[in-house]
Design a protein around this ligand. Structure first.
Ligand code: ARG
Length: 399
């Protein structure tokens, strides 16, 4: 009996050829696992293609809700943005897919898991490090990294074995999509000077121009409703992608540092993610005490890097999770957003646990701030500098 491998199957050319290749070249029985993280797709056709390619089993799992609750949720609480820009769209889905690969490998007593990533990207790292963390005993296979096929070779291989791939006019782009957004690479985008052509965009085509306003309701750092109507997170994100995306807002154009040492030009569309993160940060500005807010922001960039680098399942990530969780206890309230042609921004925020105190902030007669307290405070605040100025700076450097 052949050994078994569970392959993360997307339905595309590479992973379809990978099924046959793992069978032919490595004598493995291949179980194809499709995880629905909101990328959209004709699952029936995808299933049939996996069978035609030689998979012994095809499993399709709808993991949208799990993806939203267990992966997007923590990302929101931690305001994740790699290098200050990228909301970690692909980086977040990989540890979830790895979790399902491991679960399926155990169910079918497989010895290995496999993915369809190349050797130049970050995703291979995320799959393999996550799998290793969850199941140190499982081997990782990466057929696309091993076989050295060009696209033409892969098409030829598919045709030779009768794998039904629809080789349409080759899209020059490499696209990865899930609930949290869409990543587009390659083609003309590999020229960092070239403006992205309109045809790379899908979630952010401008179809609305009449301004709208809506409220995002937050409970403990998570958006739980729109205009006070409760909604599960995965639906809320989908809804916002449509709503905010229709104003042509939510695009990111960046030069990104990959973990493997390559700088790459990346285009992202993440209208829902960017609107939620903007609103969440705004509510935190109202409700987080200053020192906590500042330390949190330092940890956010470390946390984003950990996720980008494939350490979703790691001790440091887990420990920062606890910090983030505690910080979100009072992030309850409402943020009002406005969309106009080409843009989306916050116009208001309120919360029962707001730390904004009108009587402290105002210059009106209701002012409750004790102005005389400031005098001694400022004197002591500057005391060290004053001493330095008297003894050193005034005498030497300025002289
Ligand atoms: N550069 C991004 C990341 O590492 C996106 C990669 C997505 N892959 C793609 N085929 N477009 O997370």
């Amino acid at each position: 009996m052949n050994k078994k491998v569970v392959l993360a199957y997307s339905g595309g050319l590479d992973t379809s050829v990978a099924i046959k290749w793992l069978q032919e070249e490595m004598s493995l029985e291949v179980i194809a696992l499709c995880i629905d993280v909101g990328q959209g797709g004709d699952w029936e056709a995808i299933k049939n293609r996996a069978i035609a390619a030689g998979a012994s089993e095809v499993i399709v799992t709808d993991a949208q809700e799990e993806f939203a609750n267990d992966f997007i949720g923590p990302a929101i609480k931690s305001n994740v943005l790699y290098e200050g820009k990228y909301p970690l769209v692909s980086s977040l889905s990989r540890p979830l897919i790895a979790k399902h690969l491991v679960k399926t490998a155990r169910k079918f007593s497989a010895d290995s898991v496999a993915h369809g990533c190349t050797g130049k990207g970050n995703d291979q790292i995320r799959f393999e490090v996550a799998t290793t963390a969850l199941a140190p005993e499982l081997a990782n296979l990466a057929p696309v990294r091993s076989w050295g096929f060009s696209r033409e070779d892969a098409i030829e291989y598919a045709q030779r074995f009768g794998i039904p791939i629809t080789v349409t006019k080759k899209s020059p782009y490499s696209i990865d999509q899930n609930l949290w957004g869409r990543a587009i690479e390659a083609g003309i985008l590999e020229d960092p000077w070239a403006q992205p052509p309109e045809d790379v965009f899908d979630l952010t085509k401008k179809t609305s121009s009449e301004p709208i306003e809506f409220i995002l309701n937050f409970e403990q750092g998570i958006p739980v409703g729109i205009d006070n109507v409760k909604m599960p997170l995965y639906q809320l994100v989908k809804h916002l992608n449509k709503l905010v995306g229709s104003f042509g807002w939510g695009r990111i154009d960046m030069i990104e540092n990959r973990r493997v040492g390559i700088k790459s030009r990346e285009i992202y569309e993440a209208p829902g993610a960017l609107a939620i993160l903007m609103a969440h940060k705004d509510l935190e500005a109202l409700n987080l005490e200053r020192d906590l807010a500042h330390e949190k922001s330092r940890l956010e960039s470390i946390y984003s890097e950990l996720i980008y680098d494939g350490f979703w399942y790691s001790p440091l990530k887990q420990s920062i999770d606890s910090f983030m969780e505690t910080s979100q206890k009072y992030i309850n309230g409402q943020v009002r957003l406005r969309c106009e042609s080409g843009t989306c921004f916050v116009v208001g925020r309120r919360s029962d646990q707001s730390l904004y105190d009108y009587t402290l902030a105002t210059y009106d007669p209701q002012d409750a701030f004790v102005h005389t307290d400031a005098e001694g405070f400022v004197r002591l605040w500057g005391l060290g500098v004053q001493t330095w100025a008297k003894r050193q700076w005034n005498n030497t450097e300025k002289a």
